[in-house]
Design a protein around this ligand. Structure first.
Ligand SMILES: [Fe+2]
Length: 318
């Protein structure tokens, strides 16, 4: 967890906001149709990878239409109106659990373009588990001055296990609108996933330390190890951005080079719910994919997926 900003020293604040070594070079981009192994190797070496044209124009239109439709139909689910979610006050809008009520999104959970690369990174399709799926939007006049470099969920054994890979979780961010200079942009520090703090990464990586903003067209996908330091750099405060975020975890018990056997990755959150049609899917492979249940999910399953139980949960309708 990040310390509260007001408790940080000047040096620590500077570290959170980056060291200003922002590259103007574009990162390499891989075609997920023809370069799965190369993309997977790049991820293993750098902690992230950029995949080109993962969504086709029909899918980009569908998902943007989904935003428009659900923001109109269910504004509260997006934190619109007067109840902007406190946990995303400065980060724009988020629809946290769209899968609950919209089976039209199911085909995206193992998308034909990015999923084979995800599977390759985790060591095969049977080792990939679903964690979370949400939609975010930095609308016009948002996405300014909000985010510091941070990592997402990490596991304690990542500094001691050998080998490090496969990682514990990875996130796939698909751009649903073009991201260009002036747009809020996702930015990573390559190879920073084995450092505890950004400052340690800066010192440890030396000349190799870089902050890499990823400008790319709608349909692009960025996969990143949740342990890598990343942020969203400010845009010009005018241009909007829409992104679909999906988190995956590693499943199964995995021997290492020592006697340590890695357990399946823990659950990512204590609130994320999987709907009955996915959690109890008749296809055993899909059921395994949706098998990483948290205790909130266990209680919801025990209730027979009862609506009052779901509605009692903080983001049950978001
Ligand atoms: Fe993050």
């Amino acid at each position: 967890m990040l310390k509260q900003q007001q408790n940080l020293s000047g040096d620590e604040k500077a570290a959170l906001q980056g060291f200003g070594r922002v590259t103007t070079d574009s990162p390499p981009v891989f075609d997920p149709g023809s370069a799965i192994e190369a993309a997977s190797s790049f991820f293993t070496a750098n902690g992230y990878v950029v995949l080109s044209a993962c969504l086709d124009p029909v899918e980009i239109d569908h998902l943007n239409e989904f935003y428009d439709r659900t923001q109109e139909e269910r504004p509260h689910a997006w934190g619109l109106r007067n109840d902007r979610k406190p946990h995303h006050q400065q980060q724009g809008l988020i629809f946290s659990q769209p899968l609950l009520d919209y089976p039209e999104l199911d085909p995206y959970t193992q998308h034909r373009s990015s999923f084979p690369v995800v599977a390759s990174i985790f060591g095969g399709e049977t080792h990939v588990r679903f964690s979370e799926f949400n939609f975010r939007e930095a609308p016009e006049n948002a996405g300014i001055g909000a985010m510091n470099f941070h990592h997402d969920a990490v596991s304690a054994d990542r500094f001691t296990r050998s080998p490090y890979m496969p990682c514990d979780w990875l996130c796939a961010i698909h751009y649903l609108t073009d991201v260009e200079p002036g747009t809020p942009v996702f930015c990573v520090v390559p190879k920073s996933n084995t450092y505890n703090t950004l400052k340690e990464a800066f010192e440890g990586l030396g000349e190799a330390y870089l902050e890499v903003p990823i400008y790319a067209a709608a349909g692009t996908c960025v996969l990143y190890d949740t342990a890598i330091f990343h942020t969203r750099l400010d845009g010009d405060g005018v241009r909007a951005r829409r992104t679909w975020h999906q988190y995956y975890a590693r499943g199964g018990w995995l021997p290492t080079d020592t006697r340590y056997v890695r357990p399946p990755t823990p659950v990512l959150t204590n609130w994320n719910l999987f709907p009955e049609r996915l959690a109890l899917h008749p296809d055993s492979k899909t059921k395994l994919f949706f098998s990483h249940w948290n205790t909130a999910q266990c209680e919801w399953v025990a209730s027979g997926f009862a609506d009052p139980i779901r509605e009692s949960m903080p983001r049950g309708n978001q």
